[in-house]
Ligand binder design. Sequence first.
Ligand code: F6R
Length: 242
Amino acid sequence: MEVIIQKDAQAATDLTARLICDAVQSKKDSVLGLATGRTMENLYSNIVKRYQAGEADFSRCATFNLDEYVGLAAEHTQSYRYYMNDLLFSKININLEETYLPNGVAPDLAEACQQYENKILDKGGIDIQLLGIGNTGHIGFNEPLSSLASRTREKALAPITLEQNGPLFDDPAEMPRRALTMGVGTILDAKKIILLATGKSKAKILAKAVEGPITSMISASALQLHPHCVIICDEDAAEELE
Ligand code: F6R
């Protein structure tokens, strides 16, 4: 695991965007694993600027998002499909039919999760997986006690995650209590992983993930097992690292 510390959030975001655009330029049919959340908002606007400047061509890429809320259809403004269309897919030259998210409104959620795993395999696996880190140490929605071998499945969200994301809903009580998420094992299968963490609120959990024991209590600690994982953070998020 490599840790790259940048002076501030903008520099960390800029470096992450550059690495993703460079990867897409060197492999035009890249399969990207994508995340949502507040940290990614600035990243996606940086990628859009680079796309507009001719630095990346997404026309042959496919994307797989980490997660989606159970019960939220694409039109719901808090669904991750809506977020991705709004912040990234509608602003770059990606083929929307090659952008995949778990289907949180499928009649059979277990079946939808299995199909998601199959689709990732059909596309040859994920070349670069982008991650954020939640306050519970989750990657995707792999809350504490997720098996390190877990695959895409339905997961109950931890109370800390409800607190973290509830304010994004008009009425926090409307936030779904469950989500579909790639498993830790699914994430570890990616050929390369980049985790972006910015801000002081991430400092404690990032130190546990990077320097603590590998434990299912902190899913992000499993990234220590990955041979090509880069953590990109700003000085604030790096504050508790040894
Ligand atoms: C979202 C996801 C989550 C977030 C994490 C951090 O698709 O996978 O793991 O990356 O909750 O969220 P922010 O960036 O809002 O702090």
